[in-house]
Design a protein around this ligand. Structure first.
Ligand code: PXP
Length: 239
C-alpha cells in the first residue's frame, strides 16, 4: 500500500495572499487526515512565503499522522526541524525567485553539507529523505550521505505526460527506482502528480510514498479537502 503525503503549502499560499488568518493550513491538515492522508507535508521555505514557524509548531503538536517537513540545507530552518522533530525531513533545493521547487537537490555537488545535515537530524531522531532528480549519480551520492530515503522528482515526467510523450521520463523513473532499491534507499516520489498521471507512476518498483499538493488542494475547491484526499487515496490502490 502506497502512503499518501498531502502537501498543504498551497492552503498557506492562499492565506498569505491576504497575510491574514484563513484558510489555516493546520485546519486543512486535519481535514486531510480525516480524508485518509497518511502523512502531512509542509515546506518551510527560508523566506516563509507560505508556511510559517507557527504552522510547523502547531502541526507538530496536533497531527495524528507523521509530518514530513521539507527544508533547504540552511541553518534557521534546520534549527526548527531539530526543535519539532518531524518523522521525516526532506531536504530540497531552494531559490528565492522560483515559483515552486525546481529541479532536485544537487547532492553530489554538496556531499559534505548534506551529509552533515543528515547526521544532525539523525542525532535528533529524525529520518531524512533527499529530493533528487532520477539520476544515478545523485542516487549514489544520496546513499553516501546516510539518508534513509529519496524522493524522486516527478516534475519532468508530469510535463512529458501532459505533452503526450511520457515514456522516456517513465523509463528514467523506473531505472532510478531500481537503482534506489539496489542502494538500499527507501523510495518516495513527488511534484506535479495529479489525478490522471498518478496512475502511470503508482506501479514503480519499491514505491512506498507519494507527496502531492497542488492537484489535491485544487480539487478541494470543488469537492472539499476530505473528498479530494479520499479520491487520490482511491487511485493509489487497496483497500
Ligand atoms: N515534493 C516536493 C519535494 C515538493 O517541493 C513539492 C512542492 O512543494 C511537492 C512534492 C508537491 O508538489 P505538487 O504541489 O506539484 O503536488
Amino acid at each position: 500500500m502506497i502512503r499518501l503525503g498531502v502537501n498543504v503549502d498551497h492552503v498557506a499560499t492562499v492565506r498569505q495572499a491576504r497575510r491574514g488568518h484563513e484558510p489555516d493550513p493546520v485546519t486543512a491538515a486535519h481535514e486531510a487526515e480525516l480524508g485518509g492522508a497518511d502523512v502531512i507535508t509542509v515546506h518551510l521555505r527560508e523566506d516563509r512565503r507560505h508556511v510559517t514557524d507557527r504552522d510547523v509548531r502547531l502541526l507538530a503538536q496536533t497531527l495524528q499522522t507523521p509530518m514530513n517537513l521539507e527544508l533547504a540545507v540552511a541553518a534557521d530552518v534546520l534549527a526548527l526541524a531539530l526543535e519539532v522533530r518531524p518523522r521525516l525531513a526532506t531536504l530540497v533545493p531552494e531559490r528565492r525567485e522560483e515559483v515552486t521547487t525546481e529541479g532536485g537537490l544537487d547532492v553530489a555537488g554538496q556531499l559534505e553539507s548534506v551529509r552533515a545535515a543528515v547526521a544532525r537530524l539523525a542525532e535528533a531522531g529524525v529520518a531524512t529523505s533527499l529530493f533528487v532528480d532520477p539520476d544515478p549519480r545523485q542516487l549514489e551520492a544520496a546513499a553516501r550521505t546516510g539518508a534513509a530515503q529519496v524522493e524522486l522528482h516527478t516534475g519532468p515526467f508530469a510535463h512529458a505526460w501532459r505533452a503526450g510523450a511520457p515514456d522516456p521520463e517513465l523509463t528514467r523513473l523506473r531505472r532510478a527506482a531500481d537503482t534506489a532499491l539496489e542502494l538500499g534507499l527507501r523510495l518516495a516520489i513527488g511534484h506535479g502528480l495529479d489525478y490522471r498521471n498518478v496512475v502511470a507512476v503508482r506501479g514503480l518498483p519499491g514505491l512506498e510514498e507519494m507527496h502531492i499538493g497542488h492537484a489535491i488542494v485544487s480539487r478541494a475547491l470543488y469537492v472539499g479537502l476530505r473528498e479530494a484526499v479520499r479520491q487520490m487515496k482511491a487511485l493509489l490502490g487497496p483497500p
